[in-house]
Design a protein around this ligand. Structure first.
Ligand SMILES: C[S@@+](CC[C@H](N)C(=O)[O-])C[C@H]1O[C@@H](n2cnc3c(N)ncnc32)[C@H](O)[C@@H]1O
Length: 349
């Protein structure tokens, strides 16, 4: 039975690196399950004083499995373990290049309230691996997009990325940053903006779009990726976007007053530390725009809203909430006031 050891990406944040040791076991198991791989349960092990995620498979990892590993949030390098005890050797296993665009798109921009980009990649993977879809032609929505970390991670993975965000300043900051990045990295792109009238409500929103290609030849061949971020309240997501159009919905819910929820339309709503209000105003619209077989992944502060209540609220909207086993092993400490958890739910077919 071949045995493998994965060296984790150290990232920029020591607290997250410690938390990610547990999270990576669930993310890896989801990937191996989706591919129908026969494997032993992954475990964290110290080899020469360094932490590795170790697991065995019945047969050697196929190219498809290596590509899946290369997309995982924590994977930095993969080794096959050869020999035992003092004679244990780590033999490097080359990983294929799987990213559509790299160059730090999601990591360069820093700001308060930003979601850790490695955790964001984990959320996207957890949603995709729980959905009925594979990596081909994925359309992802972050309905509470901030300055766009999820959208940038989605673009890096080669997906079309859509978002909604209440703060117009966050939207323009994120969009201007993307334009600058595309210019610096010499991607072919066109951009546009458009006002959206939500007529009978007397409200409006604004759409910021970019169509991106890696080269002139790809642009000519129509091999492009679409980016779209709406400055507006997510409770109208089904007005901004077509129904049943997203394979994945992924978002990091506001944690507290500093990046508060705004559920109500005109008044700006009340700032609350619970995601309950946000889901009750926006969850129905999110359900409508998700494809049957698609998956929703939301992170939230479990100190302020217990998992059981969150799961019941999503179920009442029609979602099928994933529960038990590795789906309940994502909770981790962010700081004194925030214990972050991740809930995954599917829209039934
Ligand atoms: C935790 S932040 C997301 C940060 C984002 N992942 C990033 O890295 O930039 C949550 C975001 O939800 C937004 N938000 C809260 N209520 C909203 C609503 N009803 N519609 C749209 N956005 C909302 C907040 O403005 C905030 O930017």
């Amino acid at each position: 039975m071949p045995k493998y050891a994965i060296l984790s990406n150290p990232g920029h944040n020591r607290v997250y690196f410690e938390a990610s040791k547990e999270l990576s076991l669930s993310e890896l198991s989801l990937a191996l399950d989706k591919l129908g791989c026969d494997y032993t349960e992954p475990k964290g092990e110290e080899l020469g004083g360094i932490f590795y995620v170790c697991f065995s498979t019945v047969s050697a990892l196929s190219d498809e499995m290596l590509a899946a590993l290369a997309r995982l949030s924590f994977v930095y390098a993969v080794f096959e373990l050869v020999g035992e005890g003092d004679r244990l050797l780590l033999s490097p296993v080359p990983l294929p290049e799987v990213l559509y665009m790299d160059g730090g798109l999601s990591s360069i921009l820093k700001y308060s309230g930003k979601t850790n980009e490695l955790f964001t990649r984990l959320m996207i993977n957890a949603a995709l691996l729980s959905s009925d879809f594979s990596t081909k032609e994925i359309r992802l929505l972050d309905p509470i997009a901030g300055k766009g970390t999820t959208l940038f991670e989605a673009l890096s993975l080669g997906f079309d990325a859509y978002g909604a965000e209440l703060s117009e300043k966050s939207v323009t900051d994120g969009f201007n940053y993307l334009k600058k990045f595309l210019e610096t990295e010499k991607f072919k792109h066109t951009t546009s903006t458009e006002k959206i009238n939500l007529q009978e409500k007397g409200l409006s929103a604004k759409r910021y779009c970019a169509d991106i290609a890696r080269s002139k030849a790809e642009q000519k061949a129509g091999d492009t990726r679409h980016f779209e971020l709406v400055a507006g309240n997510s409770m109208y997501a089904d007005r901004y976007f077509k129904k049943n159009s997203f394979h994945l919905i992924v978002g990091d819910l506001p944690y507290g007053v500093q990046h508060g929820n705004v559920g109500a339309a005109k008044s700006g709503g009340s700032l609350t530390r619970s995601p309950k209000e946000l889901i009750s105003s926006c969850g129905g619209a999110w359900y409508k725009v998700l494809k049957p077989g698609g998956a929703l992944a939301l992170s939230w502060n479990s100190f302020v809203y217990p998992r059981e209540q969150f799961a019941a609220q999503l179920a009442s909207l029609g979602f099928e909430v994933m529960s038990g086993g590795l789906y309940e092993r994502f909770e981790h400490r962010v700081d004194q006031a925030i214990r972050r958890d991740l809930i995954i739910a599917k829209k039934p077919k």
